[in-house]
Design a protein around this ligand. Structure first.
Ligand code: ATP
Ligand code: MG
Length: 263
C-alpha cells in the first residue's frame, strides 16, 4: 500500500518545501519514498539535488505529465529516495490541461494521479510539495493524496489562509477524492521568544480542535542552512532534520489511525 501525502498552504514561505523534503528523507531511512516536486519554482528539486533545475529540462514532472507516465522521469537521489523533479515548464500545467490536451472537466483534477499510476506501488510513500497557491497544481496534488499536511507559519495572513485551504480541501474531497483526509495542521518556523506565538497556537487549537500536530517545528539555523548545504554529503544533515523526528512519528501515527477532515 502506498500512502500519498501533500504538504500544502497557499501562503508563501510556510516551510512546505523544507518540511516535504525532510519528511521524505526521514521516511526513506526505512521505506521507499518518492518526492514529487509539484511547484514550478523547483525549490524541492534544487534543495534535494543541489543542482539548478535547468539540469532537469526534458526530464521533469511536466514532461512525465505530457507522456502520461512517470516511470522514465524519477531520479534516484540516495538509497530508497527518488525525486520527480520540477522545472519552469510546470507553469504550463494549467494551459496543458485546458488548451493543449483539452482534458474534460471531470478528469482535470486527476492528471497527476494518472501520471503516477504505473509507478505508485514501487513506493511506500509519495510526498508532494506544492506551490503557494490553490490553482490546478495544488488541486491535482490533493486529488492524488490520501493525506494533506496543512502548514502554518505564525502570521496573520497564514492564519487566515488555513480556513480557505481547508474549505478547498473539503471541496476536492467531495468532488474528486473521497479518501483525502487532513493529517493535521503543522506549526513551523516558530520562535518562542516572540510573544504572539502562544496566542496563535491557542487560537488554532480553539478553532480547529484536535487538528494541530502536537509537534511544533522551531526555527533552527541548521535547518535554514539546508537550502545551501543540501541533503548529499551534508555533515549536519541529522541536526538539520532533527526538528522533524517527532513530527514524522506523529504523522505515521495519525495516518495509521486516519484522522478525519472535520477533526
Ligand atoms: N525550521 C526552520 N528553521 C529555519 N529556517 C527554516 C526552517 N524551515 C524552513 N526554513 C526556511 O524558511 C524559508 C521558507 O521555507 P520553504 O522554502 O520551505 O517554504 P515554502 O512554503 O516551500 O515556500 P514557497 O511558498 O515559496 O514554496 C526558507 O528560506 C527555508 O530555508
Ligand atoms: Mg516551496
Amino acid at each position: 500500500m502506498t500512502t500519498v501525502i501533500t504538504f500544502g498552504q497557499q501562503k508563501g514561505g510556510a516551510a512546505k518545501t523544507t518540511s516535504a523534503a525532510v519528511t521524505a528523507y526521514l521516511l526513506s531511512m526505512d521505506q521507499k519514498v518518492l518526492l514529487v516536486d509539484f511547484d514550478p519554482q523547483g525549490n524541492a528539486t534544487e534543495l534535494i539535488t543541489q543542482m539548478p533545475t535547468k539540469e532537469f529540462e526534458g526530464k521533469s514532472v511536466m514532461e512525465a505529465i505530457r507522456k502520461g507516465e512517470a516511470a522514465d522521469f524519477v531520479y534516484n537521489v540516495m538509497e530508497n529516495f527518488w525525486l520527480l523533479p520540477a522545472t519552469d515548464d510546470l507553469s504550463e500545467f494549467a494551459s496543458y490541461i485546458y488548451d493543449e490536451a483539452q482534458i474534460p472537466k471531470g478528469k482535470r483534477a486527476k492528471v497527476l494521479q494518472k501520471t503516477l499510476a504505473s509507478i505508485m506501488n514501487r513506493f511506500d510513500y509519495i510526498i508532494i510539495d506544492t506551490p503557494p497557491s490553490l490553482g490546478e497544481l495544488t488541486v491535482n496534488a490533493l486529488a492524488t493524496s490520501d493525506y494533506v499536511v496543512v502548514m502554518f507559519e505564525p502570521s496573520k495572513f497564514c492564519y487566515s489562509a488555513i480556513e480557505r485551504f481547508l474549505v478547498d480541501t473539503l471541496d476536492i474531497k467531495e468532488r474528486a477524492n473521497s479518501s483525502l483526509e487532513v493529517a493535521g495542521i503543522l506549526p513551523v518556523l516558530l520562535d518562542f521568544r516572540r510573544g504572539d506565538i502562544k496566542d496563535y497556537l491557542e487560537l488554532i487549537e480553539e478553532e480547529y480542535p484536535g487538528l494541530m500536530f502536537d509537534t511544533k517545528i522551531k526555527r533552527k539555523a541548521a535547518t535554514a542552512r539546508l537550502s545551501i548545504s543540501g541533503f548529499l554529503n551534508n555533515p549536519e544533515l541529522t541536526q538539520a532534520a532533527e526538528p522533524y523526528d517527532l513530527f514524522v512519528e506523529e504523522l505515521l501515527e495519525r495516518t495509521k489511525r486516519g484522522v478525519g477532515i472535520s477533526g
